[in-house]
Design a protein around this ligand. Structure first.
Ligand SMILES: [Zn+2]
Length: 95
């Protein structure tokens, strides 16, 4: 994924988690926020930790591994009638 809006514009990363209900995704290393953790028991580490916050899907674009450019996803039907996702730029399959 490549980030096309916001403070992390231009950054690239893998999708770590997708939240379809909120139309948001968590992208590795993007939109880092600091969280203050309170010590709770002995298992949790206290202090400030950084973690990714979800960003809206309209702020990211899929990065095609074939043409190495941000792209929209197209749908193509293959021989047996199943759908595959393809890059709208170069037409290659996206997995
Ligand atoms: Zn492509």
């Amino acid at each position: 994924m490549v980030i096309i809006a916001g403070k992390d514009k231009g950054k690239r990363g893998k999708v770590r988690q997708s939240l379809p209900d909120e139309s948001r995704v968590v992208v590795e290393g993007v939109n880092m926020v600091k969280r203050h953790m309170r010590p709770r028991g002995t298992a949790r580490q206290a202090g400030i930790i950084e973690r990714e916050a979800p960003i809206h899907v309209s702020d990211v674009m899929l990065l095609c591994s074939k043409c190495n450019r941000p792209t929209r996803v197209g749908i193509r039907f293959v021989g047996d009638g199943s759908k595959v996702r393809v890059c709208r730029r170069c037409g290659e399959m996206i997995d």
